[in-house]
Design a protein around this ligand. Structure first.
Ligand SMILES: Cc1cc2nc3c(=O)[nH]c(=O)nc-3n(C[C@H](O)[C@H](O)[C@H](O)COP(=O)(O)OP(=O)(O)OC[C@H]3O[C@@H](n4cnc5c(N)ncnc54)[C@H](O)[C@@H]3O)c2cc1C
Length: 379
């Protein structure tokens, strides 16, 4: 059977299958964001006859909302992909609909706890200061091809305690839940893959060394050759083909903007807006001549509160035919929310022409954001 036929057969045609029926009274209020979140994590979501078919490297799934229920079915041909696929769906639902306190249990085939197939161990090869506030870390790793994707530029890094000699990594159980190793829960944060050369086994990540370091920034501050992280993913949509681009971000959005600019076709047109503290935080970026790069300086003002990025986005003149325009951005939550509102309500840019992430939330660690749920993360 060809892989296409297998795909169209859905979960039913696969060797390992499982189903979960979730009692979910307000399912229709959450469904669009759940599907969006699934699609952001390297899975294709296609509506088909009242349900959604989800295709991923781990297998196929269907998602079907009914009156007060959400039914998930997964199918895969590889035993060690089954729990990863369950986790991909359960993770998105649990995060977006955290307030609903849903109970999710799977029935069907079980394979026992297994390591996530996308987990890679990376060792620091070298580091250097790109600017006073950004430390570049070049990692060496193996089997990185699945991360070498212009449309999936984010990853989740897992941090081992400093000095760990024999790292232990989490596994996924038969409900798709994370089982932490005996050594304890590992901190993790999301970062952008600034550069990747899968053939050479190299990945570059730029860490913003911000003033209230949490586990990721503390790890980056002390990172030296040989330091270890785990990587999961990839995730996060890159830009889609367009004639005109507006890219906007703060220091945390800069790695994505830099990567996108470097990959845009030479004839591309548009504007890239990057908010940093001052001139010493600017980086030389390769970009098509028709894309104007503007640095916005806070000059000592508080990041997330300056309003500079929001103002600059609002001041941009869009092409008369915005059907061929695309927006990509990443920044602090408050700016994220204001820009989102502007794009949706004033520019009226369709969802399919914009990708904007809240990269951090002033005063909240990632654990705080997860505890609050989508209100701290979605517009
Ligand atoms: C899709 C995506 C891509 C990202 N890409 C990158 C990237 O390439 N490089 C990068 O450096 N970051 C990136 N980030 C942001 C990064 O994940 C967060 O900044 C993260 O909170 C840092 O973790 P931490 O452990 O240092 O701080 P946390 O423990 O999460 O937070 C501790 C405190 O620091 C504050 N804080 C967090 N980040 C910042 C910041 N940037 N500036 C000022 N205060 C902050 C929080 O509000 C909190 O008060 C990305 C985030 C997302 C969602």
């Amino acid at each position: 059977m060809s892989s296409d036929k297998k795909r169209s057969a859905g979960p039913a045609g696969r060797r390992f299958k499982a189903t979960a029926i979730i009692a979910f009274p307000r399912v229709f209020a959450f469904l669009p964001d759940i599907l969006d979140s699934i699609a952001t994590h390297d899975m294709q979501v296609v509506a088909s006859g009242g349900r959604y078919i989800v295709s991923s490297l781990f297998g196929v799934a269907t998602v079907e909302a009914g009156e007060g229920t959400l039914t998930l079915s997964v199918g895969t041909d590889q035993a060690d992909h089954l729990n990863r696929l369950k986790h991909a769906l359960a993770g998105a639902i649990g995060f977006i609909a955290r307030s609903e306190k849903l109970a999710l249990h799977w029935s069907g085939d079980v394979t026992g706890p297994s390591p996530p197939d996308d987990l890679r161990e990376l060792r620091v090869l070298r580091t250097h200061a790109v600017t006073p506030g950004v430390k570049r870390v070049v990692f060496a790793g193996r089997d990185l091809e699945r991360y070498d994707r212009p449309d999936q530029i984010h990853c989740r890094l897992l941090f081992q305690p400093d000095g760990t000699l024999a790292p232990q990594w989490p596994r996924l159980d038969d409900d798709g839940r994370i089982v932490w190793p005996a050594s304890g829960v590992l901190s993790s944060r999301v970062y952008t893959i600034r550069e990747i050369d899968a053939a050479a086994g190299l990945i570059t990540i730029d860490f913003v060394l911000h003033a209230k370091p949490g586990p990721a920034t503390r790890w980056a501050l002390s990172a030296r050759p040989g330091s270890l992280v785990g990587m999961l993913g990839p995730a996060g949509n890159g830009p889609r083909p367009a004639d005109w681009y507006l890219l906007a971000g703060d220091e945390t959005g800069l790695p994505g903007i830099a990567r996108i600019l470097a990959d845009l076709p030479e004839q591309s047109r548009g504007i890239a807006l990057v908010e940093v503290d001052g001139e010493e935080d600017e980086q030389p970026l390769r970009h098509p001549p028709g894309v104007k790069l503007r640095w916005l300086h806070r000059a000592g003002g508080q990041s997330a509160r300056s309003g500079l990025l929001v103002e600059a986005v609002r001041a941009c003149a869009w092409p008369a035919d915005s059907a061929s325009a695309f927006f990509w951005g990443g920044c602090e939550f408050e700016a994220f929310r204001a820009i989102h509102r502007h794009l949706r309500e004033e520019v009226r840019l369709p969802r399919s022409q914009r990708i904007l992430y809240s990269h951090w939330h002033r005063g909240m660690s990632e654990e705080d954001i997860i505890a609050v749920g989508s209100k701290a993360y979605l517009p």
